[in-house]
Design a protein around this ligand. Sequence first.
Ligand code: IPM
Ligand code: MG
Length: 357
Amino acid sequence: MKTLLLLPGDGIGPEVTAEVRRVVAWLADHAGLRLEVAEAAFGGASIDAHGVPLTDAARDAALASDAVLMGAVGGPRWSGVARAIRPEAGLLGLRTAMQVFANLRPVQCFDALIDASTLKPEVVRGLDIMIVRELTGGVYFGQPKGIETLPDGSRRGIDTQVYTTAEIERVARTAFDLARRRGNRVCSAEKSNVMDSGLLWREVVTDLHARDYADVALSHMLADNVAMQLVHNPRQFDVLLTDNLFGDILSDEAGMLSGSIGMLASAALGAPGTPGLYEPIHGSAPDIAGKGVANPLAAIMSLAMALQLSLDEADLAARLVAAVSAALDGGARTRDLGGTIGTREMGDAVIAALAAG
Ligand code: IPM
Ligand code: MG
């Protein structure tokens, strides 16, 4: 039997993962899903319970699972903890331990949500972008890093953007392989006009394309221009390949195209056969945590990605996505989508749609 490790984490994480649990239970009872679900403390919740954001036991459980689905980490409650053990460090540590270098962040606009987007309907209708974000390298991890005090008493903060050929090539391969199963186009984003790591990025992607993926249409765009094009004409993109930091920023921006960042799921994948890490990209949203109003659809869609990519259940994944779409067609709207229903009711709406489908 396959295993799924749930890491509810902080803020709205426990609320949205509770709905994932209910969907899994429904699929087990009614659709033949055989999946063992375990849970571990993570992020701030783990700091409170164990003093660190990711215990060795939780990390080992993640590595031994077929898929890991997390809620969110972080919040003001832990703003005072040492940086090395802050909740976000737990997430970065987990990504590193799992070696999930390719972060897939699909951006689609469900027809029912066209009016929930802040962009005009004609700009977002039919949108289907796959952001492929490098996840285990770049400025998030580069050394040296830190804040130092200079001889004159002033301070200096340092982060290092660094990429090797191998790191660029493996994530670019993921992007090209995905493109072949979609619109066959990859746009690679970097700042090769100012950054040497960006120049290397462009060269490595160009070389790999010429060597192994000449059938895929490849374009290069500076990351700041991508930020503009995403709100100007987002449908020009099919697969958007970029580094860790630009991918973090551009995926939040793209989130608004789909109506709400509460809709965006993600999958982080490593080498074939290793467990995937699935996360809603919305974060812990401390302002609405514990109120039962968060949108659980990003977490539920992350479960759909896990079913498809790590759990050998592509049919159930498609059924779950269809149920989410049907729930939205039926008018289910949490507050972020301009409605009034709560987290639990949105879970109910998806489960009702599963039952009806
Ligand atoms: C994300 C988040 C994380 C990131 C934070 C919580 C460390 O913003 O997954 O997009 O920056 O990668
Ligand atoms: Mg982010």
